[in-house]
Structures are given as structure tokens and as C-alpha cells.
Design a protein around this ligand. Structure first.
Ligand SMILES: Nc1nc2c(ncn2[C@@H]2O[C@H](COP(=O)(O)OP(=O)(O)OP(=O)(O)O)[C@@H](O)[C@H]2O)c(=O)[nH]1
Length: 369
């Protein structure tokens, strides 16, 4: 171990030296947590300072207690954030910061000589933080730690035991009583809103195809299973389409992959603009799409595809003026004899194969032989 490593190991503020490296997600969520807790801690410590001061003016304590109080109230919240931000594991660092807060609350209770209202409020604040941050076990351990620290500190600090709260001390406790719980509630609310947004985005990412924005294959197949069950139960018409861009490999090879991507996006847009909002479009992979047309006859599906074939003739893609994008389509109407959704899908695939075999740029409907 070189000098630099030895030195950093013993630096009290360099807690990162003893922490395991984390993956990016865990690190960032720890960092967010430390930043989220900074505002309530700063405001809470300020409120506590006012409350403390109201009690300390009546205590004949040495002046350096005041200095310690000022440092703890106004410097510690920012120092705690710095410690967490510089740590390789901000969540663990913040856990330690909360333990320090808990210890300091125990000492604070001893300094205030058990003064009823300020001591209860101080304990409430710490308990709210502990349970909100790390759950019930951390809260219970924190409560024990607070009580033990308070009892031990009372032995060392010669503060007179005085449980009575004067009217002045009551008024100076009001900011802690009113502001802190409201701020804590606000932080919880903001976290809940962020979480809901996070969930919504996660849901979107897990069900959509990243390039086109239509459903990805996994999710689309789930919707197909539901459609199959409904069509079977209610004996209603439903049509399945598989669509494949013709000679797509050749498009990629001739014009490049970016033109290929633009062709995929353009076909998606044509499908979205031409088909009904109720039609369920999915990207099946590569240059292949699939559509569920619920309550639609194969004749209507063919008519819709004819419109797409026609409109695609006018499609011009940037940097590929001579490119004429064409598609082949396989259509399979739902049939109660199909034993599962895969058989339905297979029928559409066979129709698509027929369209390719018959010369491409056309629509074929599956017929039971
Ligand atoms: N640009 C681009 N190419 C892709 C993407 N996904 C798959 N491909 C390519 O698409 C091509 C698919 O070609 P195929 O479906 O096998 O055949 P094809 O050339 O379309 O021929 P036919 O279907 O018989 O008309 C392959 O070369 C894949 O590498 C994509 O997201 N973007």
C-alpha cells in the first residue's frame, strides 16, 4: 500500500476508501436520495436552532455549547451532503449521516434537560427522518440509540433537569412543529410523483419499440392472446395481418442502414395514418410489422392494405430518391377452429409467404385448405 492509499484510508472524511464500488443505478439513486434529504435537513436544523436557543438561554451552559449548536445547525447539513456526494456509496454515507443526526438528537435532549415540548419535537423529527429513509427497523434502532445517548449524555453534561416548557419556548418550538412536518410531507409527495412518472416511463419503454414507437413484439403478442380469447368467446370477426418490406436487405445494402431505418419509420407512419386508431400495430422485428384489426372482415383489411400500397408509391426517402418502398402482406381472418393464437399467427405467416412467392408488393388472404 503506498503513502497515498494509507493516508486516504485514515482520513475520516474520505469514507469512500472503505466502500465497495457500486453500479451506476445504485450510485445515482443514492446521490438523489442525499440531495433530496438536504433541504428538509437544512430547514429542520434551522427550526431546531430556534427551538434550542429558546431553551439554552435559560440554562447556565458554557459558551462553547452555543458555538457547537451554531456549527451543527448551520454547517452540518451542507457538510453531510458533501460527504454523501463525495462517497462512492452515497446511500450508505447518508445512513451514517442519519445515525449522526440521531446521536446529536440524544445529546440535544440531554442539553435541554428533558424540556418536554422541544425534546419531543426533536425526537419526532429524527424519527420521521429515520422511518422515512430506511424503514421500521432503522427507526426502532434510532429510537433506542436516541434514548441511550440522552441518558449517557445527561451523566456528563451538567444541565439541570427541567421538564417544564415556558410560553416563550412553546412559541419558539412552533416552526419545528408546523414547518418541518409540512416539508417532510412535501418531499414524500414529490418522491411519489417522481416514482409514478418513473413507472409510467418504464411501462412505455417495456411495451414499445424504441425506433418506431409502436408496440414491441412481446407486448403485441400479449394483446394478440387477449384478442384471440375475445374473438373465440364472443364469436366476433377479427383479422390478423403480417407486413414485410420487400427486398429490405437490398435497400440496406444499396442505400445504407440509415435509409433502411427511415424506410421502416416511414412504413410505420403510413400504417398509423391509414389504419383505424383501434387497429393494434406492432413491430415484429426487423422489417416486419403485425396488425390486429378487431371486428374487421378480411375484405376491409385488404381494402386498407390496398390504400397503403397505393400511398407507398408516392413515398420518397431522403438521400434515396430512386427508392420505391414496397410491402407484402399476409392476412388471416380469425377462425374458431384455430386451437390457439399461434395457429392464427401461422396462418398469417403462410399468407405472407404466398404474397412473397407470388411476386411481392401484394396482399394475400389465408384460405383453409
Ligand atoms: N436498417 C435496418 N435494417 C434492419 C433492421 N432490423 C433488421 N434489419 C435488416 O433487415 C434485413 C431483413 O431482410 P429479410 O427480411 O431477411 O429479407 P428481405 O431482404 O426483406 O427479403 P424479402 O422479405 O424476401 O423481400 C436484414 O438484412 C436485417 O439485417 C433495422 O432495425 N434497421
Amino acid at each position: 500500500m503506498n503513502d497515498e492509499q494509507t493516508f486516504s484510508k485514515w482520513r475520516l472524511w474520505d469514507i469512500s476508501a472503505r466502500e465497495k464500488p457500486l453500479n451506476d443505478d445504485k450510485y445515482r439513486s443514492g446521490l438523489r436520495f442525499a440531495r433530496r434529504i438536504w433541504l428538509p435537513r437544512t430547514v429542520g436544523h434551522f427550526c431546531c436552532f430556534i427551538m434550542f436557543a429558546g431553551v439554552l438561554v435559560d440554562q447556565a451552559l458554557p459558551g462553547w455549547w452555543w458555538l457547537a449548536l451554531v456549527m451543527y445547525a448551520f454547517v452540518w447539513p451542507h457538510l453531510a451532503l458533501q460527504i454523501a456526494e463525495r462517497s462512492s456509496d452515497p446511500m450508505t454515507a447518508e445512513r451514517r449521516n442519519l445515525i449522526i443526526d440521531t446521536l446529536m438528537a440524544g445529546i440535544g435532549i440531554a442539553i435541554m434537560g428533558g424540556n418536554a415540548l422541544p425534546c419531543l419535537l426533536l425526537s419526532m423529527m429524527i424519527n420521521m427522518n429515520n422511518i422515512g429513509a430506511f424503514g421500521v427497523r432503522f427507526f426502532a434502532a434510532g429510537l433506542m440509540l436516541q434514548m441511550m445517548t440522552a441518558l449517557m449524555a445527561m451523566q456528563f453534561i451538567d444541565a439541570p433537569l427541567n421538564l417544564t416548557t415556558t410560553p416563550l419556548q412553546f412559541f419558539l418550538s412552533l416552526p419545528t412543529l408546523i414547518i418541518y412536518p409540512a416539508l417532510f410531507g412535501f418531499v414524500c409527495y414529490r418522491t411519489a410523483v417522481n416514482l409514478a412518472e418513473h413507472k409510467r416511463r418504464h411501462q412505455l419503454i417495456s411495451t414499445r419499440d424504441g425506433m418506431t414507437g409502436v408496440y414491441n413484439r412481446r407486448h403485441w403478442e400479449q394483446l394478440l392472446i387477449i384478442e384471440y380469447e375475445n374473438a373465440l368467446r364472443y364469436r366476433r370477426a377479427s383479422t390478423l395481418l403480417l407486413i414485410d418490406i420487400d427486398h429490405f436487405k437490398q435497400i440496406n445494402d444499396t442505400y445504407g442502414h440509415d435509409v433502411g431505418d427511415k424506410a421502416i419509420i416511414a412504413v410505420t407512419q403510413y400504417l398509423q395514418l391509414t389504419l383505424r386508431v383501434s387497429d393494434v400495430i406492432g413491430r415484429f422485428g426487423g422489417d416486419e410489422f403485425a396488425v390486429i384489426m378487431s371486428g374487421t372482415s378480411p375484405e376491409s383489411a385488404v381494402a386498407a392494405m390496398d390504400r397503403i400500397h397505393e400511398r407507398l408509391q408516392n413515398l420518397r426517402i431522403e438521400n434515396a430518391a430512386s427508392l420505391n418502398v414496397q410491402i407484402s402482406v399476409g392476412i388471416a381472418p380469425f377462425n374458431t377452429h384455430m386451437k390457439d393464437y399461434q395457429e392464427w399467427l401461422k396462418a398469417a405467416d403462410m399468407a405472407l409467404y404466398q404474397a412473397k412467392k407470388a411476386g411481392r408488393n401484394r396482399t394475400e388472404v389465408y384460405t383453409v385448405r
